[in-house]
Design a protein around this ligand. Sequence first.
Ligand SMILES: O=C(O)CCC(=O)C(=O)O
Length: 263
Amino acid sequence: MSQRLTDEQKHAFLEDGYLAVPDFYDAEEMDLLLQVARADMEKTENVHGPVDAAGRISKLWLTSDTEHDDVYNAICHGQRLVDAMECIMEDEVYLYHYKMMVKEPRVGGAWEWHQDYGYWYNNNCLYPDMASCMIAVDRAYKGNGCLQVLRGSHKLGRLEHGKSGTQTGAAAERVELARQHLEHVYCEMEPGTALFFHANLLHASAPNESPDPRWALICCYNTKHNPCDDKPGHPSYRHLERWGDERVKELGRKHLQQMQTSG
Ligand SMILES: O=C(O)CCC(=O)C(=O)O
């Protein structure tokens, strides 16, 4: 499947700082990702998470591994996603890392308002020319803590960030000011929707108060022209190989089969 972004979609991203594309991945692709992710003990062992202001844990695993021929890498390297990223970022992009946000029913914690560049700035990323794609693995809605954004907040520049619980959040007074002037959007998504968002977009999410899990894969990219420190999980430039989009299903099936036979 190939799906190029239109000029209107690119314009919407540049204006709003985010863009939701429904059905970016089809039902079989998301079902494979969901089954692999839920059964993936290797990744589960690496689940950790900061504590939100109310003491709840926001679990995730994060890696910049590009070595494995698995479903995660098939998505991150996939022509469909890389083309879309390069279209909105107007440069060659490379994979900064990818992570699974594991928001468990009833207990999954909140994410405070922040900009990703509020964190990545500390890795000496020179420009905020970075973006992420959040892929809804489960349905995300208000009740299970879908992503919230302030439309157009990527134009504010980088805000000061400080500690909130063990999370890092944008300065509360500045967020409040932005909230008075910018539209607050709840990004409700069906599985397979891809939400592209700019590294300076203010975003947050509420705890999961529902009986439904809210898992999402977030693939983060840096641009080739943007120097940064070379750290584990946050690498400097390395060429990103493009893989055919058919590999998501191919490697998803293989990955699942391997896990079923070994476990
Ligand atoms: O998963 C979420 O709800 C929030 C994720 C987030 O804010 C981030 O990864 O920067």
